[in-house]
Design a protein around this ligand. Structure first.
Ligand code: NAI
Length: 283
C-alpha cells in the first residue's frame, strides 16, 4: 500500500515534530489532538520551527506555507480513516495507547500501518490489542524531530517484513536514517544511553568526582557533545528513572538498578531543566 496520507495522534513535543517532517516531505497529514487549544499550540510550534528553516535559508517561505497547508487539524480519531500510516505519539502510558490502538484498528483500513513512537512500552504488547499485529511497528523518532536524523524502527514479535520495509522507506523519504532493531526493553537507544547516565549518577553518588568533572571527562575524553549529567537534566530525571525501571523490570538484571541518588532527586522534585533544578541549577 503506497503511503500518501499519514495520521499523527498527539501533537506534543514529539507529535508536532512528526507532523512537521511528514508534511514538509509532501505527505498529507492529519494531526489529532485532544482539544482545539492543543491543536493551535502544536500548529504554532510547527509554524515557528518551519520559520526557523526559512530564516536559515534551508527552505523557502513557499515551502513552509505548503507544508502547513498539508496538515489537517482534528480532534476526532475517526479522521485518520483514510491514512495508510498512523504514528501515535500520545502520553507514555500503556492504558492510553491501548485505547487508541483499539480504536485505530477499527477505523483504519486493513493493511494500514499502525506505528507507535513509544520509548519504552513493548511494541509486541501494543500490537496484541489489535487484530493486525503484523501491521504494528515502533517508529522511535528522536527529540527534536525536525533536527535529529535517527529513527529506530522496532519490530514486534509479529511485525511482518512488509510492514518493516514500508516503515523504513517512509523514514528514508523524510531524509532520515532508519535503524531496525528488535523489541526488547529500551530498544538500542535507551538501553545503551540510560545505563551510561545511571553510571555517571553512581559516580556522583559515590563521591568519585564532581558533576563538572564527570561531564568534562565524557565531553573532552569521549567527544560527547554533552556530559551525561547535563543530558539527564535535559531529558528529565523522572524520564531517566522510568526508563531504568523498565530496563530493570524487563531484564530482571541488577546491572540496570537505578542509582539511589537518581531516585532521591525524583522524589524531591528535582527533575532537571523543566523544574530548574537537577544535577545543575537553571535560571
Ligand atoms: P507530550 O506530553 O509532549 O505530548 C503528548 C500529547 O498527546 C499531548 O499533547 C496530549 O494532549 C496528546 N494526547 C493524549 N491523549 C490523546 C488522545 N487520546 N488523542 C490525541 N492526543 C492525545 O509527550 P511527548 O514527549 O511528545 O511523548 C509522546 C511519545 O513519544 C511518548 O510515548 C514518549 O515516550 C515518546 N518519546 C518522547 C521523546 C521525548 O524526548 N519527549 C523522545 C522519543 C519518544
Amino acid at each position: 500500500m503506497e503511503i500518501k496520507k499519514v495520521g499523527v495522534v498527539g501533537g506534543g513535543t514529539m507529535g508536532n515534530g512528526i507532523a512537521h517532517v511528514f508534511a514538509q516531505s509532501g505527505y498529507d497529514v492529519v494531526l489529532v489532538e485532544q482539544s482545539d487549544d492543543l491543536l493551535e499550540k502544536a500548529f504554532s510550534i510547527i509554524t515557528k520551527n518551519l520559520g526557523r528553516l526559512v530564516k536559515k535559508e534551508k527552505i523557502t517561505q513557499e515551502d513552509a506555507d505548503a507544508a502547513i497547508a498539508k496538515i489537517k487539524k482534528s480532534t476526532d480519531l475517526d479522521d485518520v480513516k483514510g491514512c495508510q500510516l498512523v504514528v501515535e505519539a500520545v502520553f507514555e502510558s500503556f492504558d492510553v495507547k491501548k485505547e487508541i490502538f483499539e480504536k485505530l484498528d477499527k477505523v483504519c483500513p486493513k493493511g494500514a500501518i499502525l506505528a507507535t513512537n513509544t520509548s519504552s512500552i513493548p511494541i509486541t504488547q501494543i500490537a496484541a490489542v489489535t487484530g493486525r499485529p503484523e501491521s504494528v511497528i515502533g517508529m522511535h523518532f528522536m527529540n527534536p524531530v525536525p533536527v535529529m536524523k535517527l529513527v529506530e524502527i522496532i519490530r514486534g514479535i509479529a511485525t511482518s517484513d512488509e510492514t518493516a520495509a514500508a516503515a523504513v522507506a517512509a523514514v528514508e523519504s523524510l531524509g532520515k536514517t532508519p535503524v531496525e532493531v528488535n523489541d526488547y526493553p529500551g530498544f538500542i537507544s535507551n538501553r545503551v544511553l540510560l545505563p551510561m547516565i545511571n553510571e555517571a549518577v553512581f559516580c556522583l553518588y559515590e563521591g568519585i568526582a564532581t558533576r563538572e568533572a564527570i561531564d568534562t571527562v565524557m565531553k573532552l575524553g569521549m567527544n560527547h557533545p554533552m556530559g551525561p549529567l547535563e543530558l539527564a537534566d535535559l531529558i528529565g530525571l523522572d524520564v531517566c528513572l522510568d526508563i531504568m525501571e523498565v530496563l530493570y523490570a524487563g531484564f530482571n538484571d541488577s546491572k540496570y538498578r537505578p542509582c539511589p541518588l537518581l531516585k532521591q532527586m525524583v522524589l524531591a522534585g528535582y527533575l532537571g531543566r523543566k523544574t530548574k533544578k537537577g544535577f545543575y541549577e537553571y535560571e
